[in-house]
Design a protein around this ligand. Sequence first.
Ligand code: KMH
Ligand code: ZN
Length: 276
Amino acid sequence: MEKLIITCAISGAEVMKEHNPYVPYTVQEMAEEAYQAVMAGASVIHVHARYDDGTPTQDKDRYKEIMDAIRVRCPDVIIQPSTGGAVGMTRDERLAVADLCPEMATLDCGTLNFGGDDIFVNTENDIIHFAKTMQDKKIFPELECFEKGHIDTVLRLHRKGIIKAPMHFSFVLGVNGGMTGEARDFHFMRESIPLEATYSVVGIGRFEFPLAELSIAHGGHVRVGLEDNIYLEKGVLANGNKDLVLKAVLLAKKHNREIATPKEARHILKIKEHTT
Ligand code: KMH
Ligand code: ZN
């Protein structure tokens, strides 16, 4: 089987230090969490910028500071900023980070309830605008799909030439308001994408590791990190993102999957093919 790409979602926009004190806010904390995650085996760092008080921001200057600081500590890692930002941010606000032309960024492929009164809005026109902007700026998109209809949207936009191959999907399962994260949900998503596409699984909360193991066993890739889950196991907080990455590495060992370096991850995802 192909080597395993581990993405670490170090910060998120919703989780706070009150939930887990290792959630990074400052530039230095971001760089340290990224470094520890990379040392543990992550080849992609998914990052949401925060101000020092923890407020999420899509301010491109703040992203630049964070990405530069990560780059100093981890020169090779693939840095994947969020274009999802936080619920309630405008389309332009979320997309500001694209001006930095990162190698990769998320592209959210549909709207969903996000718990309580929150709605994470991604209209079809939003998706088209994000996809075209990212294509123009040669940013490789991670196609975040929170349910099967989002995959169908991607495939329709692909047939129209708006979303180009090679396609890399992320199945984000277990969000309150989205699709749950049972094994059948994973298989339904996996079987719904083209054979030549790659995928990663993002299990939220208690779904993180059961889904990671399923994906590892079936040749997919995984994302772990404090954005998605703050616990190493039931009732035990993770001592930083690295703990979650190390647990994914153990699962990979169990299933005889080697861990991809950033260079190997670029090759597996065919990032160059997409962006040249
Ligand atoms: N914070 C969520 C509203 C992404 O990074 O693109 C959106 C999110 C997805 O986390
Ligand atoms: Zn995110």
